[in-house]
Write a protein that binds this ligand. Sequence first.
Ligand code: SF4
Ligand code: SF4
Length: 266
Amino acid sequence: MSNPMAKIDPVRFGPDSAFKFECHPGVKCFTKCCRGINIILTPYDIIRLKNRLELSSEEFLAIYTKPELLEKTDLPVVTLKLLDDDQESCPFVRDDKGCIVYEDRPSTCRYYPLGVASLSHREGADDEGFYFFVNEPHCLGFEENKEWTVKEWRQDQGVDVHDEINAEWTDLVVRKRSFPAHIKLTDKSKQMFFMVSYNIDKLKQFVFESSFLQRVTVDPETVEKMRNDEIELLKFGLRWLKEALFDESRVYGRGGGTAEGAERTE
Ligand code: SF4
Ligand code: SF4
């Protein structure tokens, strides 16, 4: 989560770095961190949340998200749309109960109070990944005595599963960020990125109800898996997207050719 008022602790954390923190309904600041925030949603976040709320991906996007361009990448992403109340609350927070989608909360909420460099817009995020503290002045969890390493926190919060499923997407975002500025994606490529990343129902239609499987060779076992499993479909979609848009041999290939969907603007 990021809050315009949050102070970013400049210390870089690795998996074995230790910190003290605990969050529970007894803290005086309970649910304060779920207001006035900026949460970039990942592909797996959308799948978990739309299934929990029994919505199509299109419905979820329309009701609960806001489009944004991700800084330094020009990629279309979505953030959680906040309520139009005094505190700009997350639509899923309740004063008494806390988060009503807790088991399916987004990756960013799971990481909190840690931030992940690859998804934030921080300098240095192109090299090896690292974590940092999102130190919000109202958060009293740092006054508690429970000790964690980053690795333990990630496991406790279930972020490992999210990160594994989102791995290709995160890699794609990081690689796009390192593209030379004069290479831009076409509008069509951005639409593809958006569909694969966020609109799993539309991706399913695209794969199974267009000529896609006649144009792209996919082994029958993968086709069957994708037909019945949204995660398999998402993972396939992201691999395909990455190859189509960012294959370096095609972007920087002989003759200065660009990948399908990328264009030079110089
Ligand atoms: S999804 Fe849940 S944990 Fe995340 S900001 Fe909203 S209420 Fe808080
Ligand atoms: S301790 Fe921090 S994370 Fe927990 S409710 Fe308070 S502000 Fe949110």
